[in-house]
Design a protein around this ligand. Structure first.
Ligand code: ATP
Length: 251
């Protein structure tokens, strides 16, 4: 059984349907890149999985039916969401933001949470160094690390990460992407990574899901030449705006 199983998923903003008949199975322990041009539906897919968007169709996580579950319930079931724009609290310190991440684990012992904080600090030492600094004073890369770290403190099994490269310098993006495999292994995670930066995503992901206009147009291993060809097809065949914004994107 896959960790996440989606069948016939449709999602809409008001009356406008933006995801059409999505079927997707994500195996435990995988890093899956969700790729596509601007407006392809990447953000909407992540939002639909955790019920922050109105959906129909079937969504199962670890065998549990997600239909009718609130985003908070879904988070407690083990799906962490790092939204585009990060969603950390700018006025709170780094440490306060991290501790807020653990709020969905009321039964966790203080020692368990401290162990997780130590693990976070091993991976992102800068978050220890800046623990008393306000989150709003962090650089873009540090803020993204904080957002991911905060989501990890909830101990998710599946982490949805939306466009982590947004607004980051290329070097910072490289460094951040280099951590995803390490994070997957250290935290026993499955990761769904929605990204415009296809080149880097293909390096860290095992599989890629290519979206175009709200539909999956290809799903396959990242080292499969067919995946690379499909990706080039999307970007070369896409609209001018998306080709420009993904100029470093194709493999
Ligand atoms: P980007 O990389 O630009 O974030 P994306 O692949 O994540 O793009 P989505 O943001 O999921 O794409 O957008 C999918 C479709 O949904 C687009 O047609 C977009 O215009 C529409 N859309 C997104 N957000 C809203 C919203 N809040 N209200 C109405 N339509 C929306």
């Amino acid at each position: 059984m896959s960790l996440l199983e989606i069948t016939g998923l449709r999602a809409s903003y008001g009356r406008v349907e933006v995801l059409h008949d999505i079927d997707l199975a994500v195996e435990e322990g995988r890093i899956v890149a969700v790729l596509g041009a601007n407006g392809a539906g990447k953000t909407s897919l992540l939002r639909a999985i955790c019920s922050t968007l109105s959906t129909s169709g079937e969504r199962r996580f670890g065998g549990a039916d997600l239909a009718g579950r609130s985003p908070a319930h879904i988070a407690r079931l083990g799906i962490g969401h790092v939204p585009e724009g990060r969603g950390t609290f700018a006025d709170f310190t780094v440490e306060e933001n991290l501790r807020l991440g653990a709020i969905s684990r009321p039964r966790a012992l203080a020692a368990e949470i401290q162990r997780d904080l130590d693990l976070i600090h091993e991976t992102f030492p800068i978050l220890r160094e800046f623990s008393k600094r306000q989150a709003g004073a962090l650089s873009g890369g540090q803020a993204q690390m904080l957002a991911i770290a905060r989501a990890l403190l909830a101990r998710p099994r599946l982490l949805l990460v939306d466009e982590p490269s947004l607004g980051l310098a290329p070097l910072t993006t490289n460094e951040l992407f280099g951590r995803f495999v390490e994070l997957r292994d250290a935290w026993s995670l499955t990761i769904l990574l929605a990204e415009q930066n296809a080149r880097l995503s293909l390096k860290v992901a095992d599989r890629a899901v290519l979206l175009s206009r709200g539909r999956i147009v290809h799903e396959g291993a990242t080292d499969d030449p067919e995946t690379v060809a499909a990706l080039q097809g999307i970007y070369l065949g896409g609209d001018a705006e998306s080709s420009q914004s993904t100029s470093e994107g194709t493999a």
